[in-house]
Design a protein around this ligand. Structure first.
Ligand code: SAH
Length: 355
């Protein structure tokens, strides 16, 4: 009874102040199974989303342009040591064809995502970004290419990229070590995010929910980090097992915990752009609708060439041919409407962002 009181007070405090201490976040994370607390946070999350974005859901066309990766993240299906993947790279013309297709379908944001592939050096990447920017000046270009030098980020920004997604994955040093090989570091990851923000990108950070070894203490650290960084976008989704990784026998994360975190993040950063991720839709056929009803306001359907989609398998059973495909706008519209919202086709910049 006493614990419930403390939970209730902490939830109210988050709603009032939009911020909590690490200990308070950890306490609040214990409330995930309390229906009153989850309802309270969800309603406030929806109220805030409506206040800043109405009932609009923004769509971004995701182009997964390479699955080569020099990194060996223990959770990821396209890690360097996975010899079972057929590796592919899209040529500039193929990427532009995806954009053309997307533009016709109404997409005004293109997200170029890939493994850390040195083939796409600064010259090549700059050429690709400039070509898209020139052809589609009314569209936003988002990059998600992992860690690069500050100079590289600067060049790509000048070439026309406006946003960058780089999840921090976990804000706890020890946990970071569990998920990544020796040669990677949390401090470098954070430095990249700071550089990106400083250069002028709208940035997105985030973490997987339920990754191996993750505790509420780690998630509380993630929330504190997000609060401090105050990114324009936050990408979170459940960790999902991939059979060809060292985590092949680890359980996947939970949909409910992800939804609970979506609501907390919406309250913490009311104007944040928050996707209902593909991972959420993979774990639960209604996952993305539930995400919108927990405070999410972005969805990123797949615009990659259909022939390559099966090879960008970050985790097992990643959905790729149904409603999440960018081509099926009607299916998507229906899903969004079921959650009481509607799809919009403008760039969908961060609320208050000046171009
Ligand atoms: N190379 C880029 C893009 C990585 S893929 C980068 O480093 O940013 C995009 C995201 O997919 C990752 O940031 C990670 O959070 C997520 N991801 C990778 N493997 C996953 C898995 N097994 N389950 C759920 N999400 C995963």
């Amino acid at each position: 009874m006493e614990r419930n009181d403390a939970l209730w007070r902490t939830a109210q405090k988050l709603i009032k102040n939009h911020t909590l201490t690490g200990d308070e976040y950890e306490l609040l994370l214990g409330g995930q199974d309390d229906p009153e607390i989850t309802a309270l946070l969800r309603e406030e999350a929806l109220r805030l989303r409506r206040k800043y974005y109405g009932d609009k859901i923004y769509i971004r066309g995701l182009i997964e342009f390479t699955n080569y990766c020099r990194n060996n993240c223990l959770y990821c299906g396209i890690r360097r040591d996975n010899r079972q993947v057929t590796r592919y790279r899209l040529a500039e013309e193929e990427i532009l064809a995806c954009c053309e297709n997307g533009y016709e379908l109404g997409y005004r944001t293109f997200v170029l995502q890939g493994g850390e592939d040195s083939y796409y050096n600064d010259d090549r990447m700059e050429g690709i970004v400039a070509a898209i920017h020139e052809k589609y000046p009314d569209c936003a270009i988002t990059l998600s290419l992992g860690e690069r030098s500050r100079e590289s980020y600067e060049r790509l920004f000048l070439a026309g990229a406006a946003r960058y997604l780089l999840r921090h994955e976990t804000a706890d040093e020890d946990h970071y070590r569990m998920l990544h090989p020796e040669e990677m570091s949390l401090s470098r990851r954070k430095k990249c995010l700071e550089d990106l923000k400083d250069i002028g990108y709208q940035i997105g950070a985030g973490m997987m929910v339920g990754s191996p070894g993750q505790t509420d203490r780690h998630l509380a650290a993630d929330l504190c980090y997000l609060q401090e960084l105050s990114p324009h976008m936050v990408g979170i989704g459940p960790f999902i097992t991939h059979h060809e990784t060292p985590f092949a026998h680890e359980p996947s994360g939970s949909v409910d915990q992800t939804l609970y975190l979506l609501s907390i993040i919406r309250i913490m950063l009311p104007r944040v752009l928050l996707p209902a991720t593909t991972a959420l839709g993979t774990m639960d056929p209604m996952g993305r609708e539930k995400g919108f009803l927990a405070g999410a306001n972005v969805v990123m359907p797949n615009l990659s060439p259909v022939k390559n989609r099966k090879d960008y398998e970050l985790y097992d059973n990643k959905i790729r041919t149904g409603d999440e495909s960018a081509q099926c706008r009607d299916c998507l519209e229906l899903r969004v409407r079921r959650a009481g919202c509607h799809l919009v086709t403008d760039r969908g910049d961060y609320c208050g962002f000046e171009m």
